[in-house]
Design a protein around this ligand. Structure first.
Ligand SMILES: [Zn+2]
Length: 312
C-alpha cells in the first residue's frame, strides 16, 4: 500500500468514527482488515466511537479478532473500543483476560485491556441490577430481594409466594396438606386451621383488632406458620399447629428467636391447648397486656384506665 493510499484510508476511518452514521459498518469491516496497522487501529477506534449507533453484535465481532492483532497498538485500540460496547462486549471478557495475563503483552496494552474489562463488568452489573425479573411460575414481576433469594435457593426466579410453594413441593412436607386448608372464621377471615379459626373468633369477640397474615413463610429454611398481629398492642400471636413435625418444631424455635431478637411481643398457642384455646388465649393476652378479660363467652374487654390505645 502506498503512503498516499494509506493516508486516505486512515482519514476515512477517522471520519467514519465522527460520522455517527448507522450505515458505517460495511466500510469499517473492510478497514479493520486493511494491511495497514494504522488503518486497522483507526478503524477499531471508529467502531468504539460508533458504539450505541451501529449494530453492537456485528461491531464486537469485528473488534474481537483485533485483540490478536500482530501490532500492539491495534490490540490496545480494539480493547478500548470494546469497552465502549459495555454489556454487549461480554463475550470478549475471556479474550481480554487472556491478553491481560500474557506476560509478553505490553504494559500500555494491558492498561487498556484492564480498563475495558472493568467497564464491561460494571456495565453488566448495572444491567443485571436494573433488569426486570419475572417469576418462572406466575410471571409476576419480582423485587430484587425476591430474585436474590430464589436464585440463591433454586437458581431460578420465583416470587416469594411461588418460592414457598416450590420449597414445600420439594420437601413434600405434611405441612402442605395443612397449608392448603382454608377455613372461614365468623368475621369472614380465611384462616388455615381450626385453631386459628378459634383465635380469630375469640379476638373478634374480645373486640380486639387484628390482622391475619395468611402468607406462609420460609425463614432460614424452615416452614413458618402465619401470624396474627394486634396493631393496638404491637403484639403477635402464633398458633403452632403441628408440634409433632420435627421440621416444623425447628422452624418454631427459629421464629421465636427472631421475635426475641426483634424485641417483639409474642403470644404462643399450641395445638395441645386446642380444647381450651379461648381460655388459653385470654390468659396469655392478659399477662402481656395487663388486661383482665371476662370468662370466655362474654364479649366485653375491661381495659385498665392507663391502657394505651393507639389509633386503628
Ligand atoms: Zn410467582
Amino acid at each position: 500500500m502506498n503512503l498516499a493510499n494509506e493516508r486516505a484510508l486512515a482519514a476515512r476511518a477517522k471520519a467514519l468514527g465522527e460520522s455517527a452514521d448507522i450505515g458505517a459498518l460495511p466500510e469499517l469491516a473492510a478497514l479493520v482488515a486493511s494491511p495497514s496497522p494504522l488503518v486497522r487501529r483507526l478503524a477499531a477506534s471508529a467502531l468504539g466511537k460508533l458504539a450505541g449507533i451501529v449494530d453492537s453484535t456485528a461491531s464486537v465481532d469485528l473488534l474481537r479478532p483485533l485483540l490478536a492483532d500482530a501490532h500492539p497498538q491495534v490490540r490496545q485500540y480494539a480493547a478500548k473500543a470494546l469497552g465502549a460496547f459495555g454489556p454487549e462486549a461480554a463475550p470478549v471478557l475471556a479474550d481480554l483476560r487472556d491478553l491481560y495475563r500474557n506476560p509478553a503483552e505490553k504494559d500500555y496494552v494491558k492498561r487498556s485491556v484492564a480498563a475495558a474489562g472493568k467497564t464491561i463488568r460494571e456495565a453488566l452489573r448495572i444491567a443485571e441490577a436494573s433488569a426486570v425479573h419475572r417469576c418462572a411460575r406466575c410471571h409476576r414481576t419480582v423485587a430484587a430481594d425476591e430474585y436474590a433469594r430464589a436464585q440463591k435457593a433454586f437458581q431460578r426466579t420465583y416470587c416469594d409466594r411461588c418460592f414457598d410453594e416450590v420449597f414445600l413441593d420439594r420437601r413434600n412436607w405434611e405441612t402442605r396438606v395443612e397449608l392448603n386448608k382454608t377455613i372461614r372464621a365468623a368475621d369472614g377471615t380465611v384462616v388455615q386451621s381450626e385453631g386459628e379459626r378459634i383465635i380469630a373468633e375469640e379476638l373478634k369477640a374480645l373486640g380486639i383488632v387484628y390482622r391475619y397474615d395468611n402468607r406462609f413463610r420460609i425463614i432460614k429454611g424452615y416452614a413458618i406458620r402465619p401470624d396474627f398481629y394486634l396493631p393496638e398492642y404491637d403484639l403477635y400471636i402464633e398458633y403452632w399447629g403441628m408440634e409433632g413435625n420435627l421440621d416444623y418444631q425447628i422452624g418454631m424455635l427459629e421464629k421465636r428467636k427472631l421475635y426475641q431478637q426483634a424485641g417483639k411481643k409474642l403470644v404462643s398457642l399450641y395445638a395441645r391447648e386446642k380444647p381450651r384455646l379461648r381460655q388459653a388465649l385470654r390468659e396469655k393476652l392478659a399477662v402481656h397486656l395487663r388486661i383482665e378479660f371476662a370468662q370466655p363467652g362474654a364479649d366485653a374487654v375491661k381495659r385498665p384506665p392507663d391502657a394505651k390505645r393507639v389509633g386503628r
